[in-house]
Design a binder for this molecule. Sequence first.
Ligand code: G4P
Ligand code: NA
Ligand code: NA
Length: 193
Amino acid sequence: MQPLKEKIRQEGKVLSSEILKVDSFLNHQIDPVLMQQIGQEFARRFAEDRITRVLTIESSGIAPSVMAGLVLGVPVVFARKRKSLTLTDDFYEAKVYSFTKQETNSIVVAKTHLTEADKVLVIDDFLANGQAAEGLIEIVRQAGAELAGVGIVIEKSFQEGGKRLREKGIRVESLAEVAALSEGKVTFVGDNE
Ligand code: G4P
Ligand code: NA
Ligand code: NA
């Protein structure tokens, strides 16, 4: 998605060979116009899929998801992060391990917000190792809902998440695919040089 890639080139900060900072439009400050274009692009890619709900995770997944939900005309549910698990029958729950933070957290969704009648589009801001996406997919499975696919704003293709999901037959639509981060420069998949 061209406007997104241009924004990443202009404002993205390469913090290391693994981390891209995009606080000026996605993770701290939000660019509503770009976010609207992102939502339209997700909606276009999943237009034929009869989506009934968008599922994401707090906090940075919410903005692109709301824009997609607006265009698709469906509710947006965001999983909440929990430190410890208070077991209850009212929630679907999955464990998410973060390689970046080296800790496991629970993510939960109230059963009232996702049912077996749903066809779900999972959206997140970043795809790195895929742990968050896999947690959301586990929640879709627990609900007995159908997974249409996963929409990602920025996929870091040099990490394993995208490969892991696609190998399971899951449809992954990433709007920007970062091939490498080096010497302060972002290289996208498909860049010639
Ligand atoms: P994974 O889910 O793909 O396995 O990723 P990981 O555990 O490594 O991600 C932990 C957090 O770091 C997530 O945000 C994820 O979106 C974010 N993240 C991963 N790689 C990058 C990156 O290169 N740049 C930036 N800016 N973020 C990255 P989170 O903790 O859930 O925070 P938030 O949603 O509240 O922002
Ligand atoms: Na994030
Ligand atoms: Na995220």
